[in-house]
Every structure is written in C-alpha cells, then in structure tokens.
Design a protein around this ligand. Structure first.
Ligand code: T4K
Length: 417
C-alpha cells in the first residue's frame, strides 16, 4: 500500500529523515487513502454461494431464511435467547427505545456516535447527556443520579470502542430509581464483560453491522434480549405491526434486514476469529511503533475479556506531545492517512442539542477534555503491518520536527483564509 521509500518509514526514528513530510512539501506517503473503517470481508465464495441460493429461492427480504439463520447464529455466539435483526443499528435503537416505552428524558453519554442521541430525539424523547469516565471513555455511573428528574424513564449505556460499560453500577441505579436500562453495543460484537458476552446485559442491547463495524452485513443492526415478550413486540414493530396477512396489531415501521445483508452477515460471522486475529496483530503493531513517542497513549483493551480490537484509539496529551491532536490529524491527512476524531466534539455540541443546551459542556468536563484528544487510526484487513510502520513513522517524524510542522500548518491555514 505504501508507494514510496518504504524504508523511510521502517522505523519511527529514521522516518522523515529519508522522506519529507507531505505537509512540508513532500509527496504523500500513500497513493490510495488509508481509511478508518475499511470493511473486513469474509469468504467471498461462500457469500456468492449464499446470494446465488437466495436468487434461486426468489426470497429477498421479509424475514427470509438467511435472516432467520443469522438471528440463530447471533444468539448462539452471544448467548442470548432472542435476536431481532434490523436494517441498521439506528433503527434498531429507535425500535428498542419504543418497545421499552421510554419517554420524557433518557440519560445517555455525550461521548458517543450521534445516532445514540438521535434515536431518542427522533421520537421526541430528550437525551440528557452524562459525562464519561476518562479511563474507559464510557458513561460515568457516578454522575448519573444527579441527572435524574421526574421525567427520566431510562438509561442507555454505550460500550464505546467495545470496552464494556460499568453495567453493574448502571443497572443498580436503574433498579433503585425505577429506570429501564439498555445498551448501545454498536462497537461491541464479540466482546465480553466479566466473562459474559456483551449482548446479555440490561433489558436489551443493540449491535451495529454497518460496513465499518467489526462484523458487517453491508448495513445492518440487531436488538438482542432475553425477554421473549420484548422480542415479539420488536418483531411486530420491525414489520409495520403486521401479525399476519391484512392484520396490523401495533404501530410499526420498516426495520427489516434484507436477505443479501443477512448473507453478508452470516459470512462475516464465520470469519470473526480471523478478523480478531488481524485486528489484534495491527493493534500490537501500533503499540510497538507508538511506544516511547511523547504524549501519545494507545487505549488498552481489558486483558481478561474478549475484545474485537476494532478501534485503534490514541490519546494525544496536549501537555506532553509537541503537536496537538488536530495538528497530527492534519499531518496524517496530508499523507492520505484518513485518521478520524471520533466522537469529537461530543453529541452535546452537535445540533439540535447544541442549541437546546448551549452550556451543557460545563457539566461534561471529561467529555470535553477527552474528545479533544482522541485520534482513531486505520486498521483491519486492508491495513498491513508495513502500513502501520508508515503511519507511525509519519507521526514520529512530525513530532520530531514539530516546529516546522506547526509553521507549515499555520501557513496552510492562512492560505485557506
Ligand atoms: N451507535 C454507535 C455507538 C455507533 O458508533 C453507530 C455507528 C451507531 C450507533 C449507528 O449504527 P448504524 O446505524 O450505522 O448501523 C461511521 C459509520 O457509518 C457508523 O456506522 C459508525 N457508528 C461510526 C462510528 O462510523 P462515519 O460518518 O465516520 O463514516 P462512514 O460510514 O462514511 O465511513 C467511515 C470510513 O470507512 C470512511 O473513511 C470510509 C470507510 N468505508 C466506509 C464504507 C461505508 C469503506 O472503506 N468502505 C465502506 O463501505 O460513520
């Protein structure tokens, strides 16, 4: 994938000495952009075979055999009784929220993908943003109780980066205050908490199978639960509320997963061990290459748990790193390494929440601080260890020559103004 002077980035120490950084006028290190979120793909032959069978059957959607098989396989993998597949996790969140009869206000972390908040707002439920625990990046249970009002009906925890929330503390608060608890587990397929697979916590949990996720079905999502009644309700909601021909017994929407998506999901599921192996290899390579660089720390995954290692998340400490997070991201983009700033600036700073609660940031100091430091780097099957050496070489070279980099960035900004 690297196009020039591979050796130039072989080691972070030599990097930059042999190749001029693109931000300083050199040629970009990568010919093709290196993305965060390039999909991991399973066995192509097996996928095409499934699609062939699907075409032969002429059954393309509406709870077809592939959807049913994928649902069974998710239940087995996660150890839950029921799985209701959906067209994506955002709709799955909306349906789960409605099925749990949440209304009024629901407590969610500010540090999450905007879909968690929007799934509430879309139904005119107010998301009330809680701060994060800066060690885990997850909702800090210590701050939840002071957000509860007479209108609060629930709490949605998010297992950010696949690292589990403090489910025990969150659920204890839910029990004590009579609130429903569910989880956005969009990042956490294949991860565990206390030895139990994520998916089995709270009233229900929601996975995302979007193309950029650990397990992908092109687009897709699922609600998993051990509550039979809840699953029945969500199945109705997913299919307009139909309980048979010409019989609607519930308000519903169209949240169905298609057969071709289920074919992809099943094929991905067969390869999850291979995906973990690649993600883990990449994670270890980043850890090695970034070690010793000032002010950079790679988040750790709990060693006693199952992890999918889907995200390479680096915290850039503005006190000790010679370049700020935004500066490093600009350096990387100039080299066609499309690092991301997930989930900056936090949901509370995005519309409509920003207008509704303009001062929310004052109550979210950890979210504000951490969101300004996070940089997510490319990984997955499409990223080879030599690419990682290249990416880290760029970072190292930029840090080493921070003054020139900062000058060049300032100059580029002036040019744009
Ligand atoms: N809850 C949480 C906590 C979530 O993180 C998400 C989604 C949801 C709920 C909602 O799940 P879904 O309704 O999407 O099932 C991406 C994903 O689109 C989004 O699913 C994900 N979280 C979020 C963390 O990342 P964006 O806006 O960053 O970019 P996107 O989708 O354009 O792609 C990211 C990168 O991946 C790009 O640089 C290009 C690359 N890519 C993408 C696609 C789709 C590929 O290389 N190939 C592809 O096919 O949101």
């Amino acid at each position: 994938m690297i196009t020039l002077e591979k050796q130039a980035f072989e080691s972070p120490v030599t990097a930059g000495k042999a190749k001029r950084l693109a931000i300083l006028g050199g040629k970009p290190a990568f010919e093709e952009p290196l993305h965060v979120g390039r999909p991991n793909l399973g066995d192509r032959g097996r996928f095409l075979e499934r699609v062939g069978d699907m075409l032969d059957r002429r059954w393309l959607t509406n709870d077809g055999p592939l959807v049913q098989e994928f649902e069974r396989r998710v239940c087995e993998t996660v150890g839950v009784k029921r799985c209701v597949l959906m067209c994506n996790a955002t709709v799955a969140l909306e349906i789960a929220i409605r099925a749990l009869e949440l209304k009024g206000e629901v407590i969610v972390p500010a540090y999450t993908f905007i879909a968690t908040a929007h799934a509430l707002q879309w139904q005119e439920i107010t998301p009330v943003f809680g701060d994060m625990d800066p060690l885990t990046h997850n909702l800090d249970p210590g701050g939840i109780e002071r957000l509860i009002t007479p209108r609060t009906t629930g709490i949605i925890g998010v297992h950010v980066w696949g690292r589990p929330c403090d489910t025990e503390a969150i659920e204890a608060i839910g029990k004590k205050r009579g609130l429903r608890v569910m989880y956005d587990a969009a990042h956490a397929f294949g991860c565990s908490h206390g030895g139990r697979m994520i998916g089995a916590f709270g009233a229900c949990e929601v996975f995302s199978f979007h193309a950029a996720k650990f397990l992908n079905s092109f687009e897709g999502g699922a609600v998993v639960t051990n509550d039979d009644e809840l699953a029945v309700k969500m199945r109705l909601m997913r299919n307009f509320g139909f309980s048979g021909y010409d019989r609607v017994i519930y308000p519903g929407t169209n949240g169905k997963m298609t057969e071709v998506c289920a074919a992809m999901g099943l094929t991905s599921l067969e390869s999850i061990q291979a995906f973990i192996a690649v993600n883990r290899r990449n994670y270890e390579a980043y850890r090695e290459e970034l070690a010793g660089l000032p002010g950079l720390s790679l988040i750790a995954y709990p060693s006693s748990e199952k992890n999918n290692f889907q995200y390479i998340v680096v915290e850039v400490d503005p006190e000790t790193c010679p370049l700020k997070r935004d500066e490093l991201v600009r350096v990387l983009h100039a080299e066609r390494v499309l690092a991301r700033k997930y989930f900056w600036p936090g949901c509370h700073r995005m519309e409509p929440y920003r207008s509704y609660f303009p001062s929310a940031g004052l109550l979210l100091p950890n979210t504000e601080r951490v969101a300004a430091r996070i940089m997510v780097l490319p990984t997955g099957q499409a990223v080879a260890p030599e690419d990682i050496r290249g990416v880290c070489g760029i970072i190292s070279a930029a840090i080493e020559d921070a003054d020139s980099v900062r000058r060049a960035l300032a100059h580029a900004t002036e040019g744009q103004a």
